[in-house]
Structures are given as C-alpha cells and as structure tokens.
Design a protein around this ligand. Structure first.
Ligand code: BGC
Length: 754
C-alpha cells in the first residue's frame, strides 16, 4: 500500500511538473496561478539570485548594467538587464580576461537634444542608441530623464530637457519612440518632482497640485500618452509628505487611471523602509533589490498587509514587461553595434542642436582656415557629458583643438601644449597624494597677458572655451560655477582687450552642462556658441559651425537669466549659501529636508514674462547665419482645439533651418494664467536662400487647458484665443486667432486632493 501511494505521489508530482506552464505572452495569469508566494516576491525585487550572483551586473553578460530582474527557471523566466542612460548606454567598457572592448557611443546630453527642437532628429539619435542597448544584450535603458529645469543649479539638469513641459514631453516621447523601435524598453525618470540633487533621497518636494499637473507631471503625461514607455522609474524624494515610490496617488491614480499607463513601475536605486507601502501603491519592482525587500513582501502577504490580488497585479506587470524583452525572446545579441555609424549620428545631432547666442557684425561663420588662439582648459579637457549614472563609457572624446583642426583651422600649438602640460602636472600631483582624478574638472589656469598680446599678433581670432561639469548627487554652486571664476573673468577680459586692440575677433564657446551667468561679460565676446555637453563628437560639430559648414539652428530649452536670484525658485533651492547650514535640534532644514515650490507654476519664462524680469537670453532663443520671414499665418478652430500653419521663408544668403514655436496666452478665466505658454513647435527642413516651407500644427482643447485645483479638473475656457508664431518666447513674428465656442472640462482622479 505504502509503495502504491509513493508511486501515486511520484505520478502526481510528475503530472504537476508536466502541467507547469512555460511563460508565454498569452499565459501570464496561468503562470501566476502556478507560482509560490516566494517566487512572486522574487519577481518584485531585483538583484542577487545566489550569493555568487550578488555582483551579477559586474560578472554577467551585460557587465556594468545598473540592475536586473530575477529569473525563475522552472517557468522559463529569464533574467533581464536594466542599464543607464540617458546620453548613451552605460556598461563596463572592459572585461576581465577579454581583450576586446565594449564601448558605447557618447551622444549629446538631453539638454542639447532638446535644443534641437526637432523630434525627428531626437528619434533618429535614440534609434541608434537603442540599437546599442539591443546589441549589448540589455533589455531596458534607464532613460529618458525628464525632470523639469526648475532651477539652473540642479546638478542633473544636463540629463533633462527643458524648463517647459511641452518641449520636454515631446522630446521625451520622441526619445522613447526611437529607443523602443529596437524592441527594447525605456524607463522614463525620475517620477516625480526630483528637481534637486541635495539630499535627493529624502528631500520632500512641496508642490501645489496645479504646479504638479501643469508643470512637473505634464511632461511625463505627454510622453506616457504619446510613446508608451515600457517602464517608469519612481524617484527617491518624497512629494508632499510621501515618498513617490510609495504614493498610490502618483503611481496608480495619476499614472494608470488618469493617463492609462499599462507598463511596469520600478524604484530608483535604493532600498527604503516601507517596501509594503510601495507594493500597495503600485510600484511593481524594487531596484536594485535586496533580500530584506523580498522578505518584507512575503511577510506582508502572509499577514494580509498586501492582498493576493495586489501581489498578482504587480507580478502581472512585471511578467508583461518580461515577455517583451530581448532576453525573453532569446535574442542573440552581437556585442558589436556599428559604433562608427552611430558616431556620425551623434555628430549630426550636435550640429543640428548647438545654439548661437551672439553674433555681432556677423563674426561667424569664420572662413574656416584661420589661425586660431584657443583658450581655456576645457578646449583640451572637453566635457562631452556629465558625471554619475548619466556618464557614458565612450571610446574617445574629440576635443576642441581636434574639432577645429578637423574643420580646417590651424590652432596655435603653444596653447594646447600649455594646457596639456598643466593637465598632466595636475593629474600627477593628485596621484602622488592618492586622489585619482576621477570626475575631476581641471580648474581654469591663468594665461599671462604678455602671452595673450603675442598670440593676438600672430593669430586671426581667439576662441575661449568655458567648461563646466556636474552630475548625480550634488547641485552646482552660484559662485565659481553659475558665475565665472576670477581666473575665467581675467582670461576673458585680457583676451577681449588684447585681441580687439589688434583688430581680431573673440568667440566664446560654452561647454557647460547647465545654464551659467552671461549678462555681465557677454559684451566682451563678438560671438557666443552654446554646444552644452555635446557628446564624443560634439567638438567636430562645433568646428563645422565655426567654419560655416553647418548653419546653427538650435534654440534654448531654458532661459538664461541675468542673475541667479532672478529665478523665483532660487529662493527655495539648496544653493551653497543654505545647503551647508546646520540643523537646529530636530528641525527639518529648509531646501534640504523639504523644498517649497513656492513659485507654483511660475517656472522659467512663465515667471520672467509675467513679472517683467529682464533676461540675458530668453527661452526659445537662438541665432542663425541666415534670416527667416514668417508669413501667411492661418489659425482655425478644429473639432477639438485648433489647427494652424505658417510659412517660413529663408530670406538670407545661406541655407538654414528654423525652429518655430507656437505660444498661446491662456484666455481670461478664474485662475491667474501665464502671459503665454508653449503649445506646439516644429522645425523646417534645410531651406535654401529664397526657399519656403509651410509648417502645420494641431493643438487639442485639452492641451489648452489650465488645472483648476479647487474643482480638481482641467478647464479650457471658451473665448477668443490668439496664437503667436514665434522665433523665441520673446519674439512673436505673426499671429492668428480662433474661437473656442464652448468651455471644456476634463475630470481627473482625486489624487492629491486633501
Ligand atoms: C539614479 C538613476 C539611475 C540609477 C541606476 C540612481 O542613483 O538616480 O537615474 O538610473 O541610479 O544607475
């Protein structure tokens, strides 16, 4: 009898094993039914599989990836790989015992991509970037980063796109579409209100619901609705008193109910207390993940703090993600993307996005064969991208001396020699004292005035490169960062005086990750070019523009203010004068433990416009080597919102492209409204002199709405709307009107309603 039972037992086991489903896209619920509680918890937490696998991302097939999801062999669930982002794929470039390398392309940073105002270009760049994700074996790129440029000092602004949600959201949508066209995923981040790096894990962003809906969530909303990212990354910080990764309001009500998001949500990298709250809030995956989190989930399901239904909901989201991945499809990646072709894409992207801020007496373009005195340590130590998780391990960076030589200029050799010698000396001294020069910017060094006088005599023009770098984990300073250092000022003054005395021109190149002060010194330069941090090929693009091979067509995605405190947010931002203050007792520290977004919706040009504050360079501004005429503005009420078109004609002497912006003043209503808001934008093709192109736009009534916090709904007022076709936020070139005959309201979930 006993024997018979054990045979029966064996048969049963065999049949259970036989019935155990292998995961497919169509049997997710069946698989969930067959999973144990521990297996489900395993799927909700990334990271280690066995003790030897703790360093999986450093030893596995995608070394240097930031994280992973865990495999469950018995259902055929593979491990999947998550890697940074955003200016290129971030993996380890070398591997032990392997002679070949695994470099990735360093594309232009997010702020430069947004300066293109060209969603097709962005999509082209990120299609190439996504191909590297696929061919190096990763499943998700942890990008794009889309947090709003609330203040110039945020250390990660270079990763992000803009101060305006419509520009940011549409660029993000194009970014996601490009990457995902390779059948790999993206993770739009950091959701939400992660606008400073100081105390980024704990800071409580205190933001009104209106500012959230109209500014800080709007760009995520546009990107989620238009491009359906596979995943969203919740941020570290808390928002109105609750960690975003634990906020049901944010992750379920806004993201899923209001916007229809159907993908997976993962945390930013770190284990917080409150895993159970995160699971219940709709944060499906904990990254990078550790055992405590798995144990917390198992315990909470056992004692009912997490229901089976909630657990299964999150597991379902993770499995739905997994069945889309290359790892699940068994894609045989080559480890061999076409880096040469992608370098060309990176160069083109930089060239089409660089912003010309100043060009007195048509200083630029130069002829292209001049003798150039090239100043600034960043001309050699060129900043291709920022630091931290946004850095890309690229095979090389073209510096300004090389970029200009490649364009045909001859560079006075004394200056690069001088800077190279200093870099070697500085690096060697740091090594001696045990500080490797990692993430280190070599400070600007003085050039004696006598040397400059000599150089002004033997060169045709001066190019001065001002460099800045920043990255994850800290914000920038006002002194010596937003503002120029004493050495930089002295250099600029001397170069400007002595070259101008010799009748020669001075060009400044701003190789910066974020906005810097320009108002006090711009008169010293004849021309100013802003390539931001343009990627590994960016200096070649700068060379092309200086030599006139490419006509600049980038425009600013963020205002350049006159002074730091012209931004309202500067009074509630952790600049260096407040962030090092000590806590008194347990009192939370302003701007460090909590940040009041007291400026509400008055961010960037919305504030400068409304309150009549003079700026150094307005949002949307950028010059060209040619000029454009705007004509035949047509604006018509559509079934929903309006349609518009305008004809742009190249009236100058060289071919060029023009970025056109549509600003609409919100009509009168109960709420205080911005003077005008960007509602759409487009860019012409390369127009020959005399050539015209008509650009068309469609804007829905919902896109015109403001958020009425009292009524908790979006409202589009009825009445006459004037649509401005503009070359920048400060320059409306022509107008048209339409009438919204009936008001429109759109209800939302009760998220954040007290
Ligand atoms: C950053 C994320 C990044 C993650 C993984 C975090 O510290 O905030 O942007 O994706 O690390 O590297």
């Amino acid at each position: 009898m006993k024997k018979a039972l054990s045979v029966l037992g064996a048969l049963l086991c065999a049949s259970v094993a036989f019935a155990q489903p292998e995961l497919t896209a169509d049997n997710i619920d069946e698989v969930i039914k067959s999973m144990t509680l521990e297996e489900k918890a395993t799927l909700l937490v990334g990271g280690a599989v066995t003790p030897e696998f703790d360093a999986v991302t450093l030893t596995g097939p995608v070394q240097g990836a930031a994280g992973n999801t865990r495999p469950i062999e018995r259902f055929g669930i593979p491990m999947t790989y998550l890697a940074d982002g955003p200016a290129g794929l971030r993996i380890k470039p070398t591997r032990e015992g392997c002679s070949r390398t695994f470099y990735c392309t360093g594309f232009p940073v997010g702020t430069l991509l947004a300066s293109s105002w060209d969603v097709e270009l962005v999509q082209k760049v990120t299609s190439a970037l996504g191909n590297e994700v696929l061919e190096y074996g990763a499943d998700v790129l942890l990008a794009p980063g889309v947090n709003i440029h609330r203040n110039p000092l945020c250390g990660r602004n270079f990763e992000y796109f803009s101060e305006d949600p419509v520009l940011s959201g549409n660029v993000a949508a194009a970014y996601i579409t490009g990457v995902q066209s390779n059948n790999v995923g993206t993770s739009i981040k950091h959701f939400a209100a992660n606008n400073q790096e100081t105390n980024r894990l704990e800071d409580d962003a205190r933001v009104s619901v209106r500012a959230l809906r109209e500014i800080y969530l709007k760009n995520f909303e546009i990107a989620v609705r238009k491009a359906r990212p596979w995943t969203v990354m919740s941020s570290y910080n808390s928002l109105n008193g609750e960690y975003t990764q634990q906020s049901e309001d944010l992750l379920t009500k806004v993201l899923r109910q209001d916007w229809g998001f159907e993908g997976m949500v993962m945390t930013d990298w770190g284990c917080k207390e409150g895993t159970v709250k995160s699971v219940n809030a709709g944060n499906d995956l904990m990254e990078p993940g550790n055992r405590t989190e798995t144990e917390r989930i198992v315990a909470a399901v056992r004692d009912g703090r997490i229901t089976e239904e909630t657990l299964d909901r999150n597991v379902r989201n993770v499995l739905r993600y997994i069945v889309r991945t290359p790892s699940f499809r068994g894609y045989r990646f080559s480890n061999n993307p076409d880096l040469k072709a992608h370098a060309l894409v990176a160069r083109e992207a930089a060239a089409q996005s660089i912003v010309l801020l100043r060009n007195e007496d048509s200083t630029l373009p130069l002829k292209g064969d001049e003798k150039i005195a090239l100043y600034g340590i960043s001309s050699i130590d060129f900043v291709a991208g920022g630091t931290g998780s946004g850095e890309v391990n690229k095979a090389y960076v073209v510096n300004m001396a090389e970029g200009m030589q490649n364009a045909g200029f001859s560079i006075d050799p004394d200056l690069p020699d001088y800077y190279r010698a200093h870099i070697r000396y500085d690096a060697a001294s740091r090594k001696i004292i045990g500080k490797e020069p990692r993430d280190w910017r070599f400070p600007e060094i003085p050039v004696p005035a006598d040397a400059i006088r000599l150089q002004a005599g033997k060169n045709d023009a001066a190019v001065v490169v001002i460099g800045r770098n920043a990255g994850e984990g800290s914000d920038r300073n006002v002194a010596d960062d937003f503002e120029l250092t004493v050495t930089e000022r002295e250099l600029l003054n001397n170069v400007s005086n002595l070259f101008h005395q010799a009748g020669k021109k001075v060009i400044v190149v701003l190789n910066v990750g974020g906005v810097i002060e320009t108002a006090s010194w711009k008169h010293l330069a004849d021309a100013i070019l802003l390539p931001w941090s343009p990627g590994q090929e960016g200096a070649n693009a700068v060379g092309d523009i200086l030599a006139g091979r490419v006509n600049p067509s980038g425009k600013l995605p963020m205002t350049f203010p006159v002074t730091f405190f012209d931004h309202l947010s500067s009074f509630n931002f952790p600049h260096e004068y407040v962030r090092d203050l000590r806590r008194v007792g347990n009192e939370p520290l302003k701007d460090v433990d909590y940040t009041d977004y007291a400026e509400g919706i008055w961010v960037g040009y919305r504030h400068f416009d409304k309150h009549g504050v003079e700026v150094s360079y307005p949002f949307g501004f950028g010059l060209s080597y040619t000029s454009f005429d705007y004509s035949k503005p047509v604006v018509k009420a559509g079934k929903d919102g309006f349609t518009a078109s305008v004809t742009v004609t190249n009236t100058g002497r060289v071919a060029g492209r023009e970025g056109v912006q549509l600003y609409v003043p919100a009509p009168e209503g109960g709420l205080e409204k911005p003077e005008k808001e960007l509602k759409a934008f487009g860019k012409t093709a390369l127009l020959k002199p005399g050539e015209s192109q008509t650009l068309s736009f469609t804007v829905s009534a919902y896109e015109l709405a403001s958020f009425n916090e009292g009524a908790n709904r979006w409202e589009t007022a009825k009445g006459a709307y004037t649509v401005g076709f503009a070359s920048s936020s400060a320059c409306i070139r022509c107008k048209g009107t339409f009438r919204q005959t009936a008001p429109q309201c759109r209800a939302v979930s009760d998220a954040f309603v007290k």
